[in-house]
Design a protein around this ligand. Sequence first.
Ligand code: SAM
Length: 655
Amino acid sequence: MASQNQENTVFLTEQEAERIRNTAKDRLKKCSELVGHTRGTRDSKTAITQAFGASLMADMDMTQTKGQGGTLPALAVGQPYPPCTLSLQDLQPIKLAQLQMDTHHRGRQLTVKRASPVVTLAARSWTMVQDEEGDDTERLEVCLHKSRHGEDVLESASSFFVKEPYFTLTDQCEATLRIDHPSDLIVCRDAIANHSLISASDADTAAAEQLARTCKDKGNAALKQHDLTLAHAKYTEGLKVARQDVVLNTNPDLARDISRNRAHVNLLLNRLEEANSDAKASLTGREDQRSKDLDSKACFRAGCAAYVLGEYREAKAFFEEQQKLTPGDKDAIINLRKIEARLREQETGIYNWKKIRAGLSRAHPRVDAASFIGDIKVGDSPGRGRGMFATRNIPVGEIVMCDKAFSVVWGHESEALTAMTYDVRDDRIRVSPLGLSKLTVQKLLSNASWIQRVMDLYGDYQGDGKNVSRTKDGLVVDTFRVYDIVSRNAFSPGSQYGEESARNASTGLWIRAAYINHSCIANLGREFVGDVMVLRATQPITAGEEIFISYDESSDYDARKTALMTTWGFECNCALCAAERADNPAVRKKRWELANEVDVFVQREYWANAKRLTIAKARRLARAIDDMYDSERYKDVPRVAVRRIQEWLTKASPR
Ligand SMILES: C[S@@+](CC[C@H](N)C(=O)[O-])C[C@H]1O[C@@H](n2cnc3c(N)ncnc32)[C@H](O)[C@@H]1O
């Protein structure tokens, strides 16, 4: 992740780093020794006692960091496997006793019930589960993506279906069923629900209609209790029956009513595409006042979903229709006004920054704004993958892009989760914004069009690319791919709402800006207003030229080189790096020391009313740094170490 704040560094002791590496390597070794070994049955009492004993020893996935107090979770990453893309009904059952060690049981599904309380750790939750018959017990662990809609998934129910179970070892080498992809775990909230459906297809009209009505009532009751997941399940069940010909031919309004209700729940669950299609499906098009009122409600719901999806023209059409159906409706008027602003932002890049800034606070850190993409387009950037290119000449100071974040986690929010990750692919330990990966996965699980857009971004692990898989149980999201995409595309919007450090750094994903490559001599400057990234030309850009931002602004060549390789996985070949690489390391070191001296000077000496002696000292410093540059090599290359003191001098001696 590109940091705004170079102080955001976690210092890991050698021993801690070694411990993390060894834990991951030990596990991998044991796993490879045990591949394919049959599990056999486990005595349930002993299994539960052993598992809890191990968990009590310590939350072993926590890491101590040097001199910074506190801990960060540590996770091994870089062993991706694909999520299950089959529907539950197409998988063959398997029993716990049939499981084989370190094996993905492709084409199989397990039905289990919870047999112990849930243990919730920073980056995972686990519990003991039993077969349906209760004669065998095993550990079930959900890694990272352990909660949905603010609820711990394992705690939300007592029965689960595990799709294509992965039976392996924990970091402490205990046997476990491990879930990495949330779509591989199906919560069974109400076993009776599915049985009731089976009889519906054969039922007579009255019975089927009654069944759909009961589901609708149960959905309404769950909604009243704010149990959105159950409400959604009940409406879905009711819709399946109400959309069958037996009911549809006699009472088409029942399906419409349930669709309208589910649209509301979907909006609350952020399932915007389904909210939009449900609302459209509920429209009656009739002219009586009651029908008009209902259609107005549906238009409002379809419009809200389209608005959050960024489909402002579609949203506008729905709110206009709402206004026609129920003239004077205040919601429609307010929303139409908001849409005018969004369309202006999107089409012209004109924003009311004063108003936007005034509306930002710790409690409201996100901006309600559209993204503006200026005259730029994605193209091939040899040696750098894809990049963004200007399609016309752009003068200095012009806004090139304002990108509203796809997902952002602020340091002060409960979703913020930073972890030390050990990547087995390149043997590197990194500080990873896992909270952002989690939030991104949650958003993707709700809307298919978003999956395609995020999965188009660059990531080391390709998985199934930008294909969207959907089973009868819902959307499938490859969390390993999201993790890799976040690792290579996340930026930090800086600490806009209070102090933060590496352990709670704010991070976000800007999916349009994510196509812009790095150069240490960037031609764009970056600023954040809440979660909007504003990019302006800092140099004149000619049509066809690639645009660049700086992922790391350190003036220390070695630090910058290491950060670019560790975080972003590349070595920069810009003119500045080429010149600095050719410098004698001793010269680079001396220049770096002088730049540090400048930092201390600038912090101590305020430029306003600076004494002549102080200004003279600043001039000496600037000259000393300038002398450390080879005049031939740095003829056309910026002398970055001298920049700060020159800025100070410009302000201190304006005449
Ligand atoms: C945010 S993405 C930029 C878009 C990316 N090039 C693509 O094809 O989607 C960051 C990744 O782009 C590549 N990249 C960016 N700047 C680069 C540069 N100056 N040299 C080489 N690779 C670069 C690296 O692979 C990096 O991890």
